[in-house]
Write a protein that binds this ligand. Sequence first.
Ligand SMILES: Nc1nc2c(c(=O)[nH]1)N[C@@H](CN(C=O)c1ccc(C(=O)N[C@@H](CCC(=O)O)C(=O)O)cc1)CN2
Length: 283
Amino acid sequence: MMELINGKAIAAEIKEELRAQLISNSYKVTLAVILIGNDPASAIYVKNKHQSCEETGIRSLVLSFPESLTQAALLEQIDMLNQRDDVDGILVQLPLPEAIDQQAVIQAIRPDKDVDGFHPQNIGALSTGHPGFAPCTPAGIIELLKRSHIGIAGKECVVVGRSNIVGKPVAQLLLRENATVTICHSQTRHLAKICQRADILIVAIGKPRAINRDYVKPGAVVIDVGIHRDNTGKLCGDVDFNDVKEIVSAITPVPGGVGPMTISMLMKNCLMAAILHQLNRVS
Ligand SMILES: Nc1nc2c(c(=O)[nH]1)N[C@@H](CN(C=O)c1ccc(C(=O)N[C@@H](CCC(=O)O)C(=O)O)cc1)CN2
């Protein structure tokens, strides 16, 4: 019988645990989110982050700016937040307007406040196994597998997609959990054949319903990171859910799978940042 991995419920459970931890230790945690421009999806994600902060007991500051904000002005805002002792985490909502260099912005955030885990120092820590912030979506995927009692050690994991935000970091995290990991991308030959090897198939390619049962080994676990709206307005992922659902052992739905975990893991990174800052103030 196929298991539907309920990311929404697991994400809510994590937020509840974090809230209890915050209350019992009287932690004071603050997240600052910078939103630039009028992208409707970004506005919704920032609103959801603000709401999750409220639910978890984290103070949330949302700084909204027009599309015309210059890179220099944005870097100045980040610098101010870097210097504020009352701010534990800083997040700049992506994508940014074209005129702004995303990498320059990511590198301007203090690594100990980079709760997105995108700074090169945190990326480096992830690949060497040192402490640091892991990016939220990849960390959420590992948490989903663990909380669904799906073993990772020794498994054949195939990651389809090599983005800096999902593909590469999730491969690093799977490796840390002792999986055997293959990363596939747009130039990969015999993609279906490689995917068919996977005990755990993770798809983050940004193409609606691109992965069907031809790519899936019967009994595999499928994690779908994509979010799209099809031409009827319905949300769907990178995986053709209806085509694969009868042959998989477990699968994440879209919506309600990986997406909600991104925000819960952000809350977790914020708490971790605040604990580190508190420890540094005491010592
Ligand atoms: N600075 C960042 N920018 C972006 C990130 C990020 O991690 N850091 N990720 C995405 C957007 N994102 C969070 O920012 C995000 C995307 C989707 C979801 C989610 O819960 N999706 C729901 C469906 C929502 C819908 O109705 O559209 C789901 O999958 O169930 C949460 C967060 C890009 N930018």
